[in-house]
Design a protein around this ligand. Structure first.
Ligand code: F6R
Length: 242
């Protein structure tokens, strides 16, 4: 694991952008696994700015998002579909047919998850961007998700529901309780992985990911077994590291 400690969120986003820009410059049809949440927003802003100013093209880029809530209409303000379009896709020249986000309102959710996993395996991720939950989750793979899991329906833990309530009027009753998520094995197949984290709330999870035992109680610990992982964290998230 290559751990890079930076001053703050802005610097984290800039370093992440350098990595993404290098990747898409070297391979203009790269397959990128993307994440939602607070951690990648600054990176997406830099990608949009660069596209507008320098015309970096996403014409042949293919994307797969990690996850989506189950039970919300696609255009609900808090779906990851809406998030990705507002923060990135609406502002770059990616082709809509190259964007993949699990459909959390599909009539047959299990079939949707299976089809998503099949599409992922066919496309093969060159890169996967990850945030990390304060409980060490990656994607929506909560503690004790088997390391060999593939894309499927997952239950959110109470802690994740609480963490995400801020996006649902601070009302935990409005937060969906299930999601479709890429599995841990699906994520591990990516050729290159980039983890972003900032803030004290992430410090314990980062410690476990970097120094802890590789154990299903902390899903992100599996990343120790991947041969190309870069972690960019601010000083607060790094504060418990040795
Ligand atoms: C998002 C995702 C989650 C987040 C994680 C951290 O697609 O799968 O695992 O990356 O919950 O979220 P933030 O970045 O909001 O702290």
């Amino acid at each position: 694991m290559n751990v890079i400690v930076v001053k703050d969120y802005q610097e984290m986003s800039e370093k992440a952008f350098e990595i993404v820009l290098k990747l898409i410059t070297e391979k203009n049809n790269a397959v990128l696994g993307l994440a939602t949440g607070s951690s990648p927003v600054g990176l997406y802003q830099l990608m949009v700015k660069d596209h507008q100013q320098n015309h970096t093209s996403y014409q042949d880029i293919v994307t797969f998002n990690l996850d989506e809530y189950i039970g919300l209409d696609k255009h609900h303000p808090q779906t990851y579909y809406t998030f990705m379009h507002q923060n990135l896709f609406d502002h770059i020249d990616i082709k809509p047919e190259n964007v993949h986000i699990p459909n959390g309102s599909a009539s047959d959710i299990e079939a949707e998850a299976k089809a998503y996993e099949a599409a992922l395996n066919q496309a093969q991720l060159d890169f996967q961007l990850l945030g990390i939950g304060s409980n060490g989750h990656i994607g929506f793979n909560e503690p004790y998700t088997p390391f060999d899991s593939v894309t499927g329906v997952v239950n959110l833990t109470e802690r994740t529901i609480k963490d995400n309530a801020r996006f649902f009027d601070n009302d935990i009753n409005k937060v969906p309780t299930q999601a479709i998520s890429m599995g841990i094995a699906s994520i591990m197949k990516a050729k290159k992985i980039l983890v972003l984290a900032s803030g004290l709330k992430k410090a314990d999870a980062i410690y476990g990911m970097v120094h802890g035992k590789v154990d299903e109680s902390l899903p992100a610990s599996i990343l120790q077994n991947h041969n190309d992982v870069t972690v960019i964290i601010d000083e607060q998230a790094a504060s418990k590291l040795k």
